[in-house]
Design a protein around this ligand. Structure first.
Ligand code: FES
Length: 102
């Protein structure tokens, strides 16, 4: 198990007054990370402090741009092989997400 990256960031960036699903664990590049049921991978990564999800062919940083499934800038690798749009994919318990960024 890796470090717990989001223990402080997650509570600071999320709106406290919203009702959320159950707290779940998923992994970002092998690091233990938490999210809430119903959140997208995008929301969970941002709340955990990740902003760069991949690099372009010219090594430029890429992350969320449109946030609605159109631009494909937020691609991440899920469960060792499936390339998904982070803004359109709901995070799941035990999911392994790989990013090429911060
Ligand atoms: S941010 Fe544009 S498709 Fe995900």
């Amino acid at each position: 198990m890796g470090i717990i990256k989001d223990s402080k960031n997650a509570s600071g960036i999320r709106i406290d007054s919203l009702q959320r699903g159950r707290k779940i664990v998923f992994f970002v590049n092998g690091r233990y990370t938490t999210a809430y049921m119903g959140e997208t991978i995008h929301a969970a990564l941002i709340a955990a402090g990740y902003h760069q999800f991949r690099k372009s062919k010219t090594c430029q940083p890429r992350g969320v741009f449109c946030g609605m499934g159109v631009c494909y800038e937020c691609l991440v690798t899920v469960n060792n092989g499936s390339i998904q749009r982070a803004c359109m994919t709901v995070v799941e318990e035990g999911m392994e997400v790989e990013i090429d960024g911060d």
